[in-house]
Design a protein around this ligand. Structure first.
Ligand SMILES: [Ca+2]
Ligand SMILES: [Ca+2]
Length: 291
């Protein structure tokens, strides 16, 4: 009995010694539980957020994105406060991807948009990125080889203090290729442009002027609405002088006006709350609005 006790003591001593050995194999710990709340907490606490503190979250809660590293190095104040993004963080399938802009760039935006622009089943990240001497452009980032890569882009306008705002991201003509629609210089002349999204520089397929989806100084990027009516996608934007809402469809590389609603538009409110649009599509993907 005593001999058996000694054997057990020796066994436990050896076990304790083995456990203290750095070279001994140790059981793999369970990974910490990562859930929506944990990711949101990490994004809000481990990064310096923009003043608006908004995080884009995909509907299935697998992709998150936010701008980081607020900076006042670009003196434009298009959304009022003059604080723009200096970095971007994206979480996809629980992996964090970070990107810091060069000093001559800012994200002149409130939050990134998430959309599967190349229809490969993975969401891309669509941003308004400004070069300090060349004004705003659009950059679509994609996770390639475990990093955020510039997948597609709209070149900068070419002048400082010139901005643009995205209208919609969708396959408008239903040909299998996603279109990007935006308004260049929505405060001065408002040029509405459409491009089909593909890798690299995007080519404008159609443009028309005197429309607007932003009031200078307002954190309201939600002045467009996309609907589906009788199998046709129709997007609506206000006119530059804010006295009408105009509906467009996109077919054969052309924008065609299908509806003109005589109604003045308040640029401090979202468009969809000012008119009873029917069959609205995906407002939350691109409706960026701060009260
Ligand atoms: Ca994709
Ligand atoms: Ca299309």
């Amino acid at each position: 009995m005593i001999a058996n006790t000694k054997i057990f003591l020796l066994f436990f001593l050896l076990l304790a010694f083995a456990c203290g050995d750095e070279n001994a194999p140790t059981p793999t710990p369970e990974p910490p539980a990562v859930n929506d709340t944990a990711i949101l907490n990490q994004l809000s606490q481990n990064y310096t957020q923009l003043p608006e503190q908004v995080i884009s979250v995909s509907r299935d809660k697998t992709v998150y994105a936010q701008y980081t590293d607020p900076t006042e190095r670009y003196n434009h104040r298009v959304m009022g406060d003059g604080v723009e993004g200096g970095g971007l963080v994206v979480v996809a399938d629980r992996v964090f991807y970070e990107l810091t802009l060069a000093e001559n760039y800012v994200f002149e935006d409130i939050r990134p948009r998430l959309y599967d622009v190349d229809q490969d089943g993975e969401l891309e990240i669509i941003t308004i990125r400004t070069e300090i001497t060349q004004g705003a452009g659009i950059v679509v980032y994609k996770i390639i080889d475990n990093q955020l890569e510039e997948y597609a882009y709209v070149p900068e306008i070419g002048l400082s203090s010139r901005w643009l705002n995205i209208v919609t991201i969708n396959d408008l003509d239903q040909d299998g290729v996603v279109e990007l629609v935006w308004i260049q210089t929505p405060h001065i002349g408002g040029i509405l442009k459409v491009a089909k999204i593909a890798a690299g520089e995007l080519n404008v397929s159609y443009e028309t002027s005197q429309y607007s989806n932003h009031g200078y100084g307002h954190p309201n990027l939600c002045l467009s609405v996309l609907t589906q009516e009788n199998q046709e996608k129709i997007f609506y934007v206000p006119t530059q002088n804010r006295d009408k809402i105009v509906g467009f469809k996109y077919t054969s590389d052309t924008l065609e006006i299908v509806s003109e609603i005589d109604q003045s538009v308040d640029f401090s409110k979202t468009l969809h709350e000012q008119y009873n649009f029917e069959n609205v599509i995906s407002v939350e993907d691109n409706c960026i609005f701060i009260e």
